[in-house]
Ligand binder design. Structure first.
Ligand code: PLP
Length: 449
């Protein structure tokens, strides 16, 4: 077949001929190539036509400290020149150890040790394989089922994807369904008509408790949940819900895995939201994305000292956790993550906390548009949910591409939007200023109108 000349020709055409992008439809697989982004700077990206856009989703919820940070580029260069790679099997590098120490310092409870991965899916996969290993070593091989929820997104590897609960993601895909039990999404907007928030919370907690009782705690190994469901539409759980779920897990020896791939590293104004925002101390936290602000593919799991101590004291001290990735503890990734954490600690977190109320309040003004059913959010993540009818909240009668159409209008006007069927998710770089928030909301208003 014809070979494309590297760097030659129109990149969109090359993409159509040789690239498969995420979530393609069968009918256009390998033939669809979306907007070509050529440059980034601060909260802006520039497409191949030279059009500058506000990066509304911060890449994929990840460019937290913004594009083109010279400090980050420099540290990657310096680390690659000093040591670009070492095997994590029987050697170690200093950035990975220092980063683990600093991450553990920000984590709640007794989370003390970090296992690094290449991103979020592999972090969730690692947490689940660790749960399986942990229960095998403890002589509880039956305790392996995983609780997840509607609206969840945990990744695209086989087991992590099996937890996903968003509509359409699973329709055409296989998964380890025999290992997963799905519970309701804690989505207050979609609670049954006429139900109070308190009654809805009780329903969710009862459903969790009843499921554990029905299936048997001796069969359930872990609950995996995002503190705020991100790709499910920025679902803010009702007050007290996460704490009550955490208690049920503790009482039933079910490991609580808090998936902070999106909420971690500043999105909710703190390095981790589990403890600092929601007051819970999970058994494991998964992270990725913002840990390097997207400058390098890196993720990881933080694991509780209690679990590690149990393994050390087990009757099987020689049992091996047969799990590791070539790029576990990558020195360049860990070095850039350390610098990124410096930036967060030295001002970006404080800035995110300071502008978050303004960001939420300005987006909330869009609720006066007839198409908008609700604007909700926390920190610097928000969702504008469109409905056909505000009373029935019916999204089904809408053009299923309404999000894409809003995105297309906004693109014309200078804003990249993350469309999710009938929802538009906004999660800009955390360095966004009040003036830039005004620009963003102004464009969104015009695009939706
Ligand atoms: N967990 C959550 C909460 C996510 O939002 C994502 C990705 O969006 C993942 C896991 C998977 O991460 P990755 O795409 O880095 O594999």
């Amino acid at each position: 077949t014809e070979m494309a000349a590297p760097g030659g020709g129109d990149a969109i055409e090359l993409g159509k001929r040789h690239l498969i992008q995420p979530w393609p439809y069968a009918g256009s697989v390998g033939a669809e190539a979306r907007a070509l982004i050529a440059e980034g700077d601060g909260i802006y990206i520039t497409d191949n036509t030279g059009k500058r856009l506000i990066d509304g989703p911060a890449g994929m919820w990840c460019v937290n400290v913004g594009h083109r940070r010279e400090e980050l580029a420099k540290v990657m260069y310096d680390q690659a020149m000093a040591l670009s790679y070492n095997t994590p099997w029987y050697t170690m590098n200093a950035p990975s150890a220092e980063l683990a120490m600093r991450i553990a310092g920000h984590a709640p409870g007794d989370l003390s040790h970090v296992f690094y991965t290449t991103g979020g899916s592999s972090a969730v996969e690692t947490a689940l394989r660790f749960m399986q290993f942990y229960n095998n070593v403890r002589g509880r091989p039956e305790k392996k089922l995983i609780l997840s929820r509607g609206g969840a997104y945990h990744g695209s590897t086989y087991l992590s994807a099996s937890l996903n609960g968003r509509p359409r993601d699973r329709d055409w895909m296989d998964g380890a369904d025999e290992l997963v039990i799905k519970l309701s999404s804690p989505d207050p907007f979609r609670r049954p008509h006429g139900t109070s928030l308190a009654a809805f919370t009780d329903f969710l907690v009862d459903q969790f408790r009843d499921t554990v009782a029905r299936v048997g705690a001796d069969k359930i190994g872990a609950f995996v949940g995002e503190p705020v469901q991100a790709s499910g539409g920025v679902v803010i759980p009702p007050d007290g819900y996460l704490k009550r779920i955490r208690e049920i897990c503790r009482d039933n020896d079910i490991l609580y895995v808090s998936d902070e791939v999106v909420t971690g590293f500043g999105r909710l104004g703190h390095v981790f939201a589990s403890g600092d925002v929601f007051g819970i101390d999970p058994d494991m936290i998964t992270f990725a994305k913002g840990v390097t602000s997207g400058y390098f593919p890196l993720g990881g799991v933080i694991i509780s000292e209690r679990l590690l101590e149990e393994l050390r004291r087990s009757n099987h001290p020689d049992a091996m956790f047969g799990h590791g990735l070539t790029y576990t503890s990558h020195p360049v990734g860990c070095a850039v993550a350390l610098k990124n954490l410096d930036l967060l600690e030295e001002g970006v977190l404080a800035h995110a906390q300071a502008v978050a109320p303004y960001f939420q309040a300005q987006l909330k003004t869009l609720e006066d548009l007839p198409l908008v059913g609700e604007v909700r959010g926390a920190g610097l993540m928000a969702c504008v949910e469109c409905v056909a009818d505000r009373e029935s909240k019916d999204p089904l009668q809408l053009d299923k591409n309404v999000g894409k159409r809003i995105d297309a209008h906004c693109h014309e006007l200078g804003l990249l939007v993350r469309p999710l069927i009938n929802m538009c998710v906004m999660s800009p770089p955390l360095i966004i200023t009040r003036e830039q928030i005004d620009d963003m909301v102004g464009i969104l208003r015009e695009g939706i109108s």
